[in-house]
Design a protein around this ligand. Sequence first.
Ligand SMILES: [Zn+2]
Length: 381
Amino acid sequence: MKKILSTLVLLAVTFPLFAQEIEKTEFTGYIGETTVLHQGSYTPDFKYDGSNRKVRNVILMIGDGMGLAAVNAGMYANGGELTLTNLHTFGFVRTQSDDNFTTDSAASGTAYATGQKTTNGFVGMDPDKNAIPNIPEMLSPLGYACGVISTDDLNGATPASFFAHQDSRNKTDEIWADLPSACLDFVSAGSTEVFDKRPEETRNAIDKRYNMVGSLSEVDGTASPVMYLPPSVQLADRGDYLPSTTRKAIEYLSKQSKKGFFLMVEGARIDKEEHSNNTYGFVREMLDFDKAIEEAIRFAEKDGHTLVLISADHETGGVALRGGDPEKGYIRTAFATTGHTAITVPIYAYGPKSQNFRCFLENSDVANKIMEILTGKNPNK
Ligand SMILES: [Zn+2]
């Protein structure tokens, strides 16, 4: 016995790999806190949720950087509930890209848009720089109406993944130049300011292809494809842009095709505020995104043939919840980083076939499942 013990001690000394070294340090990251006013939440009827009814429309909502802690922070700051957390069906999504354990929004956006993993920074291209079809490009020829909305600039990695094919998310002019050949009936994101800086040739081609409207009220009666660029997409300037544009896009797209529609809605600035470790900022963005989620859920509840999926491209900030008081809308946070993290993100589903998302998925699986549900065929199998 003694001999065995001394052998074990010797092993532990010789192979320090067996022992875990824990260094105790003071937390040096940023700690933030915020108090926000409760905005309430909506609980839908679950009559069609998880049923096998035919799915005609899919609304995919991507909270950029919306990890589980961001959902929690938003939920507790909102008095303990969100429309999102009132839903009954959820799973988890692994976000790794083809070349990196920690993804960026371009690679993960491309996975959500095409069903294929790619290199960080690539938009709508595989690791060998071949253009790969996105959901609108696959659905539009089948008669579906498609739309994209984001609180980012239209060339942002997530919205761009649904229309562009470029080997760098930083090729801003090239991404805008991909818009005239996009398969989109409704486009809205930032912004007139960004559009005005594009080369004249690109602006003319976009003007020629799209019916540009100056406000949401002009959308009704405007022929497809329609583009609405607000002056700015910053939270302070945009008011209820995201929920009201989501509502309008759903209304518009559902009139464009009897077959059905696909709409991607991105709450882009949860991520940006987490990059700055700004607790107030990301919680406000989370609550704004939840208002847009409510619009989609209310439509799906009435329609009965609409599947709503809400997920994230990755977590940002390594957000932790250190304390709070839901009644006062108070939360206290800490951040492990100003970058992205590799932890799985939640996915929530509502409507018929929502049960298909009650599992552990890859981000690329989400697009393939959407295509399989709508068309009966996984495009990457
Ligand atoms: Zn980011």
